[in-house]
Ligand binder design. Structure first.
Ligand code: 5B6
Length: 526
């Protein structure tokens, strides 16, 4: 059905206007490997080299023929795509492969990981938030049960005249009052304080510039204030920590520390003691921070984060939604840093570029089996996406992990090229960062540029988008900035990236760098 310019627009009106204003408002009609195609005014197909590749969800490229053939054959076999609440052994097959990979890449974890499936990355993150809360609640119940038992023991001891209530900061213990009365007052006061703490939601820890999704809980773990702040009242809050400042990390944990009050009878005296309360729900970490210029975590930071989680007993959740599935040259980017997670999240490429799928993994010795029924989603672990996930995993693992080696080699070739552009344009390229096929190039700050166009675009946080629009228009290459604002462009193509693709990208970047160096900003505009 054709639409006229005067037709009302019900979807993407604002978004499409904005995309057009920066030169990105193109409708693609076909996709293959690292190429997107659109039809120009004379209906000719125009090829565009795609470095965005589904925000990094196409490790094997657009419409990979092995994956699409597999999907077609699975559909031809009339497999049950939906058979909710029946035995779905494909879920266990995927989990078994994932366990073997995790065991290989992060040796030393004996218990294995239980899998819960989801439909999107943010959903997998929310599943982790829920499971971490279940763990925290179990710890709270254990603590409050212990306290209740100790209260009964104190009542018995005071009732039998074996103990008295001694000086404490919570109730007066002056003469003339019955010890039983004093104890009941103390129990009431402790109960009031404890109830207030127990009712509180957890605080989560995450890293500065984190991106963990945009649903109700996950958006609170995503630092970008434009996306997070309007919704803070809906969910638990997050303390964002700098990965390279361990002292700050420890101080924040100390500041968040809370204690429940308990009663102990010791040598005839009823004393009040403090018991550490699990105030922190979980620590979420991306091994390579996508929205922070593709910055990998250092091994030192990884160790610090692991130590913080071990000290407070909260789960360390390694979000591999962007960095996992082979993109960095290993299945788990965190394996490069020797980081072991208590939970993991995976999504993006597990869908093979044609379906939606995601999974959260939980260390078996922390996993609460009741969660398998407590949490569900109609579409999660459907037969089609499960079958495709198995195919993708088989392709990643084939030939002794050839895909990982290719990702590492192509990524380092790409990064090497970006590095050479940087060394030739030190005045306009600030940093090149990333791991494997997850890299970014950051331009120097242009907010004080002599060229008014550059100054204005950089000031509005739009330089990266204007550069992306220019590269698309002039070079037929699709890149996007890192994050919603910023003056950087990211590259996360599939493993099919060729030397010719890299060479084309280099000449496009050199062109842009020349424009920036010459302060010729108007040339970037449509
Ligand atoms: O599948 P879903 O998008 O819900 O996954 C959420 C998610 C992502 C992720 O990378 C991590 C580590 N955890 C959870 C998905 N990433 C999406 C993403 N989107 C943008 C920028 C990024 O760096 C990553 C983005 N940028 C600009 C506009 C809109 C989106």
């Amino acid at each position: 059905m054709s639409s006229a310019a005067s037709d009302p627009v019900f979807a993407d009106r604002r978004l499409n206007d904005w995309l057009s204003s920066v030169g990105l408002g193109i409708e693609y009609s076909r996709a293959e490997a690292n190429t997107l195609y659109f039809r120009d005014e004379s209906d000719q197909e125009v090829a565009v080299l795609d470095h965005v590749c589904g925000f990094g969800s196409l490790i094997f490229g657009h419409n990979n023929p092995d994956i699409t053939e597999h999907a077609k054959s699975v559909l031809d076999q009339q497999i049950p795509v939906h058979a909710q609440l029946s035995r779905q052994s494909h879920a266990n097959k995927i989990a078994t492969v994932l366990n073997a990979i995790v065991r290989r890449e992060v040796p030393g974890g004996d218990s294995g990981y239980a899998a819960i499936f989801a439909n999107s990355g943010a959903e997998a993150v929310e599943i982790c938030v829920k499971h971490a809360e279940l763990e925290r609640r179990a710890r709270i119940v254990k603590l409050t049960d212990d306290i209740a038992r100790h209260i009964e023991e104190a009542r018995e001891a005071v009732g039998a005249g074996r103990a008295t209530v001694v000086e404490n900061p919570y109730v007066p213990v002056g003469p003339g009052r019955d010890d039983r009365e004093k104890l009941e007052e103390l129990i009431a006061e402790i109960g009031r304080r404890n109830a207030e703490l127990v009712a509180r939601g957890p605080v989560h820890l995450a890293l500065e510039n984190a991106f963990h999704g945009k649903l109700v809980a996950s958006v609170q773990l995503t630092q970008n204030p434009h996306w997070r702040l309007p919704f803070t009242a809906l969910s638990s809050s997050t303390r964002f920590l700098h990965p390279d400042r361990p002292e700050e990390m420890k101080a924040a944990v100390e500041e968040l520390r809370e204690n429940l009050l308990d009663i102990v009878v010791d040598d005839g005296a009823v004393n009040v003691v403090e018991r550490e309360f699990p105030a922190i729900g979980a620590f979420f970490v991306e091994p390579v921070q996508g929205a922070n210029g593709m910055r990998p975590l250092s091994e030192v930071s990884a160790r610090e984060i692991r130590a913080v989680c071990d000290a407070i007993g909260c789960p360390l959740i390694v979000d591999e939604i962007h960095s996992g599935m082979g993109r960095t040259g290993a299945f788990l980017a965190s394996s490069h840093m020797g980081l072991r997670g208590d939970y993991y999240t995976l999504a993006k490429s597990i869908g093979g570029g044609i379906v939606k799928n995601a999974v959260a993994l939980f260390r078996q010795d922390r996993f609460r089996p009741e969660f398998e029924v407590m949490h569900s989603s109609t579409f999660a672990k459907d037969g089609l996406s499960a079958s495709i996930a198995l195919k993708v995993l088989e392709m990643l693992e084939a030939d002794d992990g050839r895909a990982y080696r290719v990702a590492a080699e192509r990524g380092s070739r790409l990064k090497e090229m970006l590095g050479s552009v940087r060394s030739d344009f030190p005045e306009v390229v600030d940093t090149v960062a990333g791991l494997g096929l997850m890299v970014a190039l950051e331009f120097t700050d242009q907010t004080r540029a002599s060229c008014e166009v550059l100054r204005e675009k950089a000031g509005a946080g739009m330089l990266g988008y204007v550069v992306a629009g220019y590269i698309l228009r002039e070079h037929r290459i699709r890149v996007l900035p890192v994050g919603p604002v910023g003056n950087s462009v990211r590259f996360e193509p599939s493993i099919h990236l060729t030397d010719a693709d890299i060479a084309r990208t280099e000449s496009a970047l050199r062109d842009v760098c020349t424009i920036l160096r010459d302060q010729d900003g108007h040339r970037l505009l449509p």
